[in-house]
Design a protein around this ligand. Sequence first.
Ligand code: BGC
Length: 504
Amino acid sequence: MTILSMPGSSGMLDPLPTRRMSYFSNQYVLGLTVTAGIGGLLFGYDTGVISGALLYIRDDFKVVNENKFLQETIVSMALAGAMIGAAGGGWVNDAYGRKRATLLADVVFAIGSLVMCAAPDPYVLILGRLLVGLGVGIASVTAPVYIAEASPSEIRGGLVGMNVLMITGGQFLSYLVNLAFTEVSGTWRWMLGVAVVPAILQFILMLLLPESPRWLYLKNEKAKAVAVLAKIYDSDRLEEEIDQLAAASDDEVQSKKSVSYFDVFKSKEMRLAFFAGAGLQAFQQFTGINTVMYYSPTIVQMAGFSSNQLALLLSLIVAAMNAAGTIVGIFLIDRCGRRRLALTSLSGVIISLLILSGAFFLQSTRFCDAHTLHGNCGSSLGWFAVSGLALYIAFFSPGMGPVPWAVNSEIYPEAYRGVCGGMSATVNWVSNLIVAQTFLSVISVLGTSGTFLIIAGVAMVAFVFVVLFVPETKGLTFEQVEKLWREKAWGSDGSQQSLLAAEA
Ligand code: BGC
């Protein structure tokens, strides 16, 4: 028997039997994870491919080429769709289940891809971007929750991390596609339309998979829930899991059959949980990952490398490192825990951003002209900046990449999991849009060095935020996580207090 202690909470948790599953020991769970993760692939591919596709869209539509606003709208309409999709998708998840939400995301995404592929003018293309964004938004909340609810608690973080691997893998794939098509014109229809294939594939595979067992249980479909759980656990463990589910549904005072967005703010424990989850999502974006993902070629050129090809190649390497780092995260998240991984990641991110800031500062002050006897100082500074970029990705990708998604898939009680996960995914998309839209303008006002310095400052605040507000949830069952929030909100006799609050 092992005792799981709960860092960040006041006491020890109930003893749990020694946990025994590994990522690959249950093919069923792995298959379910990969199928759900196609949602992550759509997310990554769509957010990555547009920068390359835009070059060819501009060739085909003169009006786009002449109008920056149209270009920005084509790019950001998908982000706007994703915000709406994530918020609405959270509700669909709770009301109609994870499976139906995934099917809906696929249908909307597939229609959007086909609309883009056939678009006769930029306005139809923008409509297609909106639809695809809606699909990505719904998928961004559904996939982590669906995976988490089918996962044994001891490997839950890594399995949700696989969805993030599909995101980063999708981005890598899209950069490859962008690079491959550099010489071909008019191919944007293929680049955007081809995403219909994984969407259809996921739709078909999902029809073969069951609804989430936890959602079924909450909706009183207990026999069906047990049948699904029986495919995941052996008989001893199955009994234990069912007992925990039953106990949770008995004493889950705040768990209603259906919840509204406002219910989230009515109870103290829900407010605390949502604050931690949404804060992590916001900090994931405000610590600058997408300045690197969307603008790495530009950053590389700012560092003094003028060749387009080299810039694109380096950005492909950045995307590959990001995907490789996510794999490291998958292996660490259930070993080191979410907090330690996030804090280590943030420490490295801070150092890398300071390096980037320093390199650009020296470049802007013409330090080289004054201090070198040889002419190669400028290029050393360029490499210094590129190393800062590489270091940033190496630290970000295993930690701040997967941790916010994993934590948000596991910290909310069953009845709120979709709604809260959806709201905090919306926070992620809104923050993403703010950063992507303002990064280049902020650089033109404050300079590259100053901008990276500010992002480093944000990362320091994020570090303090994680220390103060994000509890460790590694290995805990969903029921233990609920207890953790009750204790945080009401002290160690949390259940009693929250019962009184619910009755009042
Ligand atoms: C983030 C995305 C980001 C990606 C890059 C994800 O976890 O949510 O916004 O583009 O990581 O790796």
